[in-house]
Design a protein around this ligand. Structure first.
Ligand code: SF4
Length: 204
């Protein structure tokens, strides 16, 4: 039995792939196939649009619908677009967020952000470092040294198409220079947020 969605407060999180272009040292997938002691998020197969829509049901009852992990949701770009279109067709007021590692343009070798315009309301992009060296030591990207700059470019581009963009950093003490990361994010003109290290919050 796999869970393709889970609830936190009044938001519905969608879990549509295990795949990711990073292998972050802090990733919950390294330590746990279950989330919050309740949800089995490691997928046996990737759900199709119809199954995801059935799982969502009435989107208007949620504060937000969030494409999130276990894996990187934009690896399934066409599914994200299809589901978001369906949701907006049924209820244009439903707020849709994507939590992403910001690699999509590198992965697809094109700018995918115009395709998400008017579908995605909020984008939360993981920066997780103050430079490429630290990024790779923490995130172990398949794209190597190209990844950090690609995330910065993705944040800049996202601002043009997505109404609300934030860049986040996981609060791992002694690994990431939070002050420097904050200054980079502020320079990019998007909201900065420190995410709680999951072991503090989610591993029960
Ligand atoms: S980007 Fe997210 S899903 Fe991918 S390895 Fe890092 S924490 Fe895990």
């Amino acid at each position: 039995m796999q869970n393709i969605s889970y609830k936190i407060d009044n938001s519905l999180y969608l879990n549509i792939t295990n795949r990711c272009t990073n292998a972050c040292v802090f990733c919950i997938r390294n330590k746990n196939r279950d989330f919050n002691g309740k949800y089995h998020l490691w997928l046996d197969y990737e759900p199709a649009t119809e199954e995801i829509m059935k799982e969502i049901g009435d989107s208007s009852k949620y504060k937000e619908i969030i494409f999130c992990g276990y894996g990187e949701p934009l690896i399934r770009l066409s599914t994200v677009i299809e589901v978001a279109k369906e949701i907006k067709k049924k209820d244009p007021k439903t707020k849709i967020r994507v939590d992403t590692n910001g690699h999509a343009n590198l992965f697809y070798q094109r700018n995918v952000l115009p395709e998400l315009k008017d579908l995605i309301d909020v984008m939360s992009i993981s920066l997780n470092a103050q430079n490429s060296e630290v990024y790779n030591s923490i995130c172990n990207s398949f794209f190597g040294s190209a990844a950090f700059d690609a995330v910065i470019d993705f944040i800049k581009e996202a601002k043009k198409y997505i109404p609300e963009v934030e860049a986040t950093v996981v609060g791992i003490p002694n690994a990431i220079n939070l002050e420097k990361a904050k200054s980079i994010v502020e320079g990019l003109g998007v909201k900065y947020r420190v995410r709680t290290y999951y072991e503090d919050e989610y591993v029960k």
